[in-house]
Design a protein around this ligand. Structure first.
Ligand SMILES: NC(=O)c1ccc[n+]([C@@H]2O[C@H](COP(=O)([O-])OP(=O)(O)OC[C@H]3O[C@@H](n4cnc5c(N)ncnc54)[C@H](OP(=O)(O)O)[C@@H]3O)[C@@H](O)[C@H]2O)c1
Length: 327
Protein backbone atom coordinates (compact mmCIF):
# COMPACT_ATOMS: atom_id res chain seq x y z
CA UNK A 1 0.00 0.00 0.00
CA UNK A 2 1.33 3.48 -0.87
CA UNK A 3 1.31 6.07 1.90
CA UNK A 4 0.18 9.57 0.84
CA UNK A 5 2.61 12.15 2.20
CA UNK A 6 2.42 15.84 2.96
CA UNK A 7 5.27 18.11 4.04
CA UNK A 8 5.14 21.08 6.41
CA UNK A 9 7.42 23.91 5.28
CA UNK A 10 9.70 24.40 2.31
CA UNK A 11 12.81 23.54 4.30
CA UNK A 12 16.22 23.12 2.75
CA UNK A 13 16.54 19.48 3.88
CA UNK A 14 13.08 18.70 2.52
CA UNK A 15 13.79 20.14 -0.91
CA UNK A 16 17.34 18.74 -1.15
CA UNK A 17 16.84 15.25 0.21
CA UNK A 18 13.64 14.08 1.82
CA UNK A 19 10.96 15.19 -0.66
CA UNK A 20 12.82 13.58 -3.61
CA UNK A 21 13.32 10.48 -1.42
CA UNK A 22 9.57 10.29 -0.78
CA UNK A 23 9.03 10.54 -4.54
CA UNK A 24 11.47 7.67 -5.17
CA UNK A 25 10.23 5.44 -2.37
CA UNK A 26 8.45 2.23 -3.43
CA UNK A 27 5.56 2.70 -0.98
CA UNK A 28 5.00 6.48 -1.01
CA UNK A 29 3.28 9.26 -2.93
CA UNK A 30 4.17 12.88 -2.27
CA UNK A 31 0.77 14.54 -2.48
CA UNK A 32 1.19 18.03 -1.01
CA UNK A 33 3.57 20.59 0.40
CA UNK A 34 2.62 23.49 2.69
CA UNK A 35 4.33 26.77 3.44
CA UNK A 36 3.47 29.77 5.57
CA UNK A 37 3.69 31.59 2.23
CA UNK A 38 1.34 30.30 -0.50
CA UNK A 39 3.66 31.36 -3.34
CA UNK A 40 6.56 29.49 -1.77
CA UNK A 41 4.50 26.31 -1.53
CA UNK A 42 3.39 26.70 -5.15
CA UNK A 43 6.95 27.26 -6.32
CA UNK A 44 8.21 24.14 -4.50
CA UNK A 45 5.27 22.08 -5.77
CA UNK A 46 5.93 23.18 -9.36
CA UNK A 47 9.67 22.60 -9.08
CA UNK A 48 9.28 19.09 -7.66
CA UNK A 49 6.10 18.04 -9.47
CA UNK A 50 3.99 17.77 -6.29
CA UNK A 51 0.23 17.72 -7.02
CA UNK A 52 -0.97 20.17 -4.33
CA UNK A 53 0.41 23.31 -2.64
CA UNK A 54 -1.15 24.56 0.59
CA UNK A 55 -0.72 28.14 1.78
CA UNK A 56 -0.75 27.17 5.45
CA UNK A 57 0.23 24.18 7.57
CA UNK A 58 -3.34 24.02 8.90
CA UNK A 59 -4.69 23.56 5.35
CA UNK A 60 -2.39 20.59 4.81
CA UNK A 61 -3.60 18.97 8.03
CA UNK A 62 -7.17 19.32 6.74
CA UNK A 63 -6.26 17.59 3.46
CA UNK A 64 -8.14 14.28 3.76
CA UNK A 65 -5.95 12.47 1.25
CA UNK A 66 -2.82 12.77 3.39
CA UNK A 67 -1.86 9.81 5.60
CA UNK A 68 1.57 10.90 6.81
CA UNK A 69 3.35 14.20 7.36
CA UNK A 70 7.07 14.89 7.24
CA UNK A 71 8.06 17.77 9.58
CA UNK A 72 11.34 19.60 8.78
CA UNK A 73 10.52 22.71 10.83
CA UNK A 74 12.84 24.48 13.30
CA UNK A 75 13.44 22.29 16.35
CA UNK A 76 11.25 24.19 18.83
CA UNK A 77 8.23 23.76 16.51
CA UNK A 78 8.48 19.95 16.29
CA UNK A 79 6.43 19.31 19.41
CA UNK A 80 3.40 21.48 18.59
CA UNK A 81 3.13 20.43 14.94
CA UNK A 82 3.57 16.74 15.75
CA UNK A 83 0.71 17.00 18.25
CA UNK A 84 -1.45 18.81 15.70
CA UNK A 85 -0.69 16.20 13.03
CA UNK A 86 -1.55 13.42 15.47
CA UNK A 87 -4.84 15.10 16.40
CA UNK A 88 -5.62 15.29 12.66
CA UNK A 89 -4.98 11.53 12.39
CA UNK A 90 -1.73 11.89 10.41
CA UNK A 91 1.35 9.72 10.99
CA UNK A 92 4.50 11.78 11.69
CA UNK A 93 8.07 11.53 10.48
CA UNK A 94 9.75 14.44 12.29
CA UNK A 95 13.26 15.77 11.83
CA UNK A 96 16.03 15.32 14.38
CA UNK A 97 16.24 16.26 17.17
CA UNK A 98 12.67 15.03 17.73
CA UNK A 99 12.23 18.05 19.98
CA UNK A 100 14.25 20.13 22.42
CA UNK A 101 13.53 18.21 25.63
CA UNK A 102 12.79 14.68 26.78
CA UNK A 103 9.52 15.91 28.31
CA UNK A 104 8.42 17.26 24.90
CA UNK A 105 9.23 13.90 23.30
CA UNK A 106 7.22 12.05 25.92
CA UNK A 107 4.27 14.34 25.22
CA UNK A 108 4.64 13.75 21.47
CA UNK A 109 4.78 9.99 21.98
CA UNK A 110 1.67 10.08 24.18
CA UNK A 111 -0.22 12.26 21.67
CA UNK A 112 0.63 9.97 18.75
CA UNK A 113 -0.28 6.87 20.77
CA UNK A 114 -3.60 8.42 21.79
CA UNK A 115 -4.51 9.06 18.16
CA UNK A 116 -3.13 5.74 16.91
CA UNK A 117 -0.50 7.23 14.58
CA UNK A 118 3.13 6.27 14.06
CA UNK A 119 5.88 8.69 15.17
CA UNK A 120 9.52 8.43 14.16
CA UNK A 121 12.57 10.70 14.37
CA UNK A 122 14.13 11.22 10.91
CA UNK A 123 17.61 9.92 11.89
CA UNK A 124 18.34 8.85 8.33
CA UNK A 125 21.84 7.51 9.03
CA UNK A 126 20.30 4.72 11.12
CA UNK A 127 18.75 3.39 7.88
CA UNK A 128 22.01 3.16 5.94
CA UNK A 129 23.00 -0.51 5.54
CA UNK A 130 26.46 0.42 6.87
CA UNK A 131 25.10 1.56 10.23
CA UNK A 132 23.14 -1.69 10.44
CA UNK A 133 26.34 -3.63 9.61
CA UNK A 134 28.38 -1.77 12.26
CA UNK A 135 25.82 -2.57 14.95
CA UNK A 136 25.76 -6.23 13.80
CA UNK A 137 29.57 -6.50 13.98
CA UNK A 138 29.56 -5.05 17.47
CA UNK A 139 26.63 -7.21 18.58
CA UNK A 140 28.37 -10.34 17.25
CA UNK A 141 31.39 -9.53 19.46
CA UNK A 142 33.82 -8.97 16.57
CA UNK A 143 35.52 -6.15 18.50
CA UNK A 144 35.41 -7.91 21.89
CA UNK A 145 34.12 -5.88 24.80
CA UNK A 146 33.44 -2.29 23.74
CA UNK A 147 35.31 0.24 25.87
CA UNK A 148 35.25 3.53 23.99
CA UNK A 149 33.32 5.40 21.30
CA UNK A 150 34.57 8.58 19.70
CA UNK A 151 32.12 10.46 17.48
CA UNK A 152 32.33 13.81 15.71
CA UNK A 153 30.09 15.92 13.52
CA UNK A 154 31.32 19.41 12.70
CA UNK A 155 30.68 21.74 9.78
CA UNK A 156 30.63 25.44 8.96
CA UNK A 157 27.01 26.58 8.83
CA UNK A 158 26.38 29.39 6.37
CA UNK A 159 24.62 32.73 6.80
CA UNK A 160 24.38 32.78 10.57
CA UNK A 161 22.16 35.87 10.57
CA UNK A 162 19.33 33.99 8.85
CA UNK A 163 20.19 30.38 9.71
CA UNK A 164 17.85 28.67 12.21
CA UNK A 165 20.92 26.96 13.72
CA UNK A 166 22.00 30.28 15.27
CA UNK A 167 18.58 31.07 16.78
CA UNK A 168 18.31 30.11 20.48
CA UNK A 169 14.53 30.62 20.33
CA UNK A 170 14.22 28.04 17.52
CA UNK A 171 16.36 25.37 19.21
CA UNK A 172 19.63 26.27 17.51
CA UNK A 173 23.15 25.28 18.54
CA UNK A 174 25.65 22.59 17.62
CA UNK A 175 24.47 20.07 20.21
CA UNK A 176 20.91 19.96 18.87
CA UNK A 177 21.92 20.25 15.23
CA UNK A 178 24.79 17.77 14.89
CA UNK A 179 25.79 16.72 18.41
CA UNK A 180 22.58 14.69 18.38
CA UNK A 181 24.18 12.32 15.81
CA UNK A 182 27.31 11.78 17.90
CA UNK A 183 25.25 11.13 21.02
CA UNK A 184 22.95 8.84 19.07
CA UNK A 185 25.70 6.54 17.78
CA UNK A 186 27.39 6.49 21.21
CA UNK A 187 24.08 5.37 22.79
CA UNK A 188 23.38 2.88 20.00
CA UNK A 189 26.70 1.20 20.83
CA UNK A 190 27.02 1.66 24.60
CA UNK A 191 23.47 2.18 25.90
CA UNK A 192 22.45 5.00 28.23
CA UNK A 193 25.25 7.02 29.89
CA UNK A 194 25.12 7.84 33.58
CA UNK A 195 26.97 11.15 33.61
CA UNK A 196 28.39 13.69 31.15
CA UNK A 197 30.79 16.60 31.08
CA UNK A 198 30.98 19.29 28.39
CA UNK A 199 33.29 22.13 27.44
CA UNK A 200 32.32 24.51 24.68
CA UNK A 201 31.88 27.96 23.29
CA UNK A 202 28.67 29.93 23.05
CA UNK A 203 29.04 32.49 20.27
CA UNK A 204 27.63 35.96 19.61
CA UNK A 205 24.22 34.64 18.54
CA UNK A 206 23.74 32.94 21.91
CA UNK A 207 24.00 29.31 20.79
CA UNK A 208 26.68 26.68 21.42
CA UNK A 209 28.95 26.76 18.36
CA UNK A 210 31.59 24.25 19.46
CA UNK A 211 31.18 21.53 22.09
CA UNK A 212 33.38 18.70 23.29
CA UNK A 213 31.72 16.23 25.63
CA UNK A 214 32.54 13.11 27.60
CA UNK A 215 29.87 10.54 28.37
CA UNK A 216 30.47 8.00 31.16
CA UNK A 217 28.63 4.71 30.97
CA UNK A 218 28.33 1.82 33.42
CA UNK A 219 31.60 0.07 34.32
CA UNK A 220 33.58 3.13 33.21
CA UNK A 221 33.06 2.80 29.46
CA UNK A 222 33.38 6.19 27.74
CA UNK A 223 32.27 8.14 24.71
CA UNK A 224 34.02 11.31 23.56
CA UNK A 225 31.93 13.46 21.25
CA UNK A 226 32.45 16.77 19.54
CA UNK A 227 30.21 18.91 17.39
CA UNK A 228 30.32 22.33 15.85
CA UNK A 229 28.63 24.83 13.56
CA UNK A 230 31.92 26.67 12.87
CA UNK A 231 34.69 24.01 12.64
CA UNK A 232 35.43 22.56 9.14
CA UNK A 233 33.47 19.51 8.08
CA UNK A 234 34.21 16.23 9.85
CA UNK A 235 31.76 13.44 10.42
CA UNK A 236 33.11 10.12 11.61
CA UNK A 237 33.08 7.76 14.53
CA UNK A 238 35.34 5.12 16.03
CA UNK A 239 34.37 2.17 18.21
CA UNK A 240 37.14 0.58 20.27
CA UNK A 241 36.82 -2.85 21.85
CA UNK A 242 39.14 -5.22 23.71
CA UNK A 243 39.82 -7.19 20.48
CA UNK A 244 39.79 -4.50 17.82
CA UNK A 245 38.41 -1.25 16.59
CA UNK A 246 36.47 0.17 13.68
CA UNK A 247 36.41 3.61 12.12
CA UNK A 248 33.49 4.86 10.02
CA UNK A 249 34.39 7.79 7.73
CA UNK A 250 31.66 10.10 6.32
CA UNK A 251 29.54 8.45 8.94
CA UNK A 252 26.29 10.37 8.83
CA UNK A 253 26.12 11.80 5.30
CA UNK A 254 27.86 9.32 3.01
CA UNK A 255 25.78 10.38 0.00
CA UNK A 256 25.32 7.80 -2.72
CA UNK A 257 28.96 6.68 -2.66
CA UNK A 258 30.16 3.28 -1.51
CA UNK A 259 30.40 3.31 2.28
CA UNK A 260 33.40 1.95 4.17
CA UNK A 261 34.06 0.47 7.58
CA UNK A 262 37.76 0.36 8.52
CA UNK A 263 38.32 -2.60 10.80
CA UNK A 264 41.52 -3.29 12.76
CA UNK A 265 42.11 -6.48 14.78
CA UNK A 266 45.68 -6.87 16.01
CA UNK A 267 47.91 -6.53 12.92
CA UNK A 268 45.02 -7.31 10.58
CA UNK A 269 43.43 -4.34 8.81
CA UNK A 270 40.35 -4.76 6.64
CA UNK A 271 38.15 -2.34 4.77
CA UNK A 272 34.55 -3.51 4.46
CA UNK A 273 32.88 -1.74 1.52
CA UNK A 274 29.12 -1.57 1.25
CA UNK A 275 27.46 -0.40 -1.96
CA UNK A 276 26.05 3.13 -1.90
CA UNK A 277 22.49 3.47 -0.65
CA UNK A 278 19.93 6.25 -0.30
CA UNK A 279 19.48 6.42 3.45
CA UNK A 280 16.64 8.96 3.11
CA UNK A 281 14.68 6.70 0.77
CA UNK A 282 15.25 3.68 3.01
CA UNK A 283 14.03 5.71 6.01
CA UNK A 284 10.87 6.77 4.15
CA UNK A 285 10.20 3.19 3.02
CA UNK A 286 10.73 1.83 6.53
CA UNK A 287 8.35 4.42 7.95
CA UNK A 288 5.76 3.59 5.26
CA UNK A 289 5.99 -0.11 6.12
CA UNK A 290 5.47 0.77 9.80
CA UNK A 291 2.37 2.81 8.87
CA UNK A 292 1.14 -0.33 7.09
CA UNK A 293 1.61 -2.35 10.29
CA UNK A 294 5.29 -3.35 10.08
CA UNK A 295 7.79 -3.03 12.93
CA UNK A 296 9.43 0.32 13.72
CA UNK A 297 13.17 -0.20 14.13
CA UNK A 298 13.77 3.27 15.61
CA UNK A 299 11.03 3.87 18.19
CA UNK A 300 10.51 7.46 19.35
CA UNK A 301 11.47 6.45 22.90
CA UNK A 302 15.05 6.44 21.57
CA UNK A 303 14.72 10.21 21.12
CA UNK A 304 13.81 10.57 24.79
CA UNK A 305 17.15 8.98 25.73
CA UNK A 306 19.03 11.16 23.24
CA UNK A 307 17.45 14.35 24.58
CA UNK A 308 18.20 13.41 28.19
CA UNK A 309 21.88 13.25 27.25
CA UNK A 310 21.73 16.49 25.24
CA UNK A 311 20.04 18.23 28.19
CA UNK A 312 22.78 17.03 30.56
CA UNK A 313 25.46 18.25 28.10
CA UNK A 314 23.76 21.66 27.87
CA UNK A 315 23.63 21.88 31.66
CA UNK A 316 27.26 20.87 32.06
CA UNK A 317 28.27 23.44 29.46
CA UNK A 318 26.51 26.10 31.52
CA UNK A 319 27.65 25.04 35.00
CA UNK A 320 31.14 23.80 34.18
CA UNK A 321 30.49 20.71 36.29
CA UNK A 322 29.72 17.05 35.52
CA UNK A 323 26.00 16.41 35.17
CA UNK A 324 24.05 13.21 35.83
CA UNK A 325 21.81 12.06 32.99
CA UNK A 326 18.16 11.96 34.05
CA UNK A 327 16.50 8.51 34.06
N1 LIG B 1 18.26 14.68 8.58
C1 LIG B 1 19.02 15.56 7.94
O1 LIG B 1 19.85 15.22 7.10
C2 LIG B 1 18.86 17.02 8.26
C3 LIG B 1 19.64 17.97 7.61
C4 LIG B 1 19.40 19.32 7.86
C5 LIG B 1 18.43 19.71 8.77
N2 LIG B 1 17.71 18.75 9.43
C6 LIG B 1 16.65 19.14 10.38
O2 LIG B 1 15.55 19.62 9.60
C7 LIG B 1 14.94 20.73 10.23
C8 LIG B 1 14.97 21.91 9.28
O3 LIG B 1 16.29 22.25 8.96
P1 LIG B 1 16.64 23.07 7.61
O4 LIG B 1 18.06 23.41 7.64
O5 LIG B 1 16.13 22.34 6.41
O6 LIG B 1 15.77 24.39 7.89
P2 LIG B 1 15.34 25.58 6.93
O7 LIG B 1 15.86 25.40 5.56
O8 LIG B 1 15.64 26.84 7.66
O9 LIG B 1 13.77 25.38 6.84
C9 LIG B 1 12.92 25.42 7.94
C10 LIG B 1 11.51 25.71 7.41
O10 LIG B 1 10.64 25.81 8.51
C11 LIG B 1 9.61 26.72 8.20
N3 LIG B 1 9.41 27.61 9.35
C12 LIG B 1 8.31 27.68 10.11
N4 LIG B 1 8.43 28.58 11.09
C13 LIG B 1 9.66 29.11 10.95
C14 LIG B 1 10.36 30.12 11.66
N5 LIG B 1 9.83 30.74 12.71
N6 LIG B 1 11.59 30.42 11.24
C15 LIG B 1 12.16 29.79 10.21
N7 LIG B 1 11.54 28.82 9.50
C16 LIG B 1 10.29 28.49 9.86
C17 LIG B 1 9.97 27.47 6.94
O11 LIG B 1 9.14 26.98 5.89
P3 LIG B 1 8.01 27.89 5.20
O12 LIG B 1 8.52 29.31 5.23
O13 LIG B 1 7.93 27.34 3.84
O14 LIG B 1 6.75 27.72 5.99
C18 LIG B 1 11.40 27.05 6.67
O15 LIG B 1 11.68 26.90 5.31
C19 LIG B 1 15.67 20.91 11.56
O16 LIG B 1 14.99 20.22 12.56
C20 LIG B 1 17.02 20.27 11.31
O17 LIG B 1 17.61 19.78 12.50
C21 LIG B 1 17.91 17.43 9.18
Amino acid sequence: MAVNWGVLGVASIGVRAVMPAIQRARNARLVAVASRTAARAREAADALGIPRAHGSYEALLEDPEIDAVYIPLPNTLHRAWTLRCAAAGKHVLCEKPLSVSAADCEEMIAGCRQHGVVLMEAFMYRFHPRTERVLQLIGAGDLGEIQLVRAAFTFQAREPRTNIRFRPDLGGGALYDVGCYAVNIARAVLGEPQEVFAYGRVGRYGVDEVVGGLLRFETGRLAAIDCSLTVPRREEYEVVGSEGRLVVPHAFLPGAADAEIHLTRGAERTVITLPGADQYQRMVEHFGDAVSGGPLSLPPTDAVGNLRVLAALHTSLRTGAPEAVAR
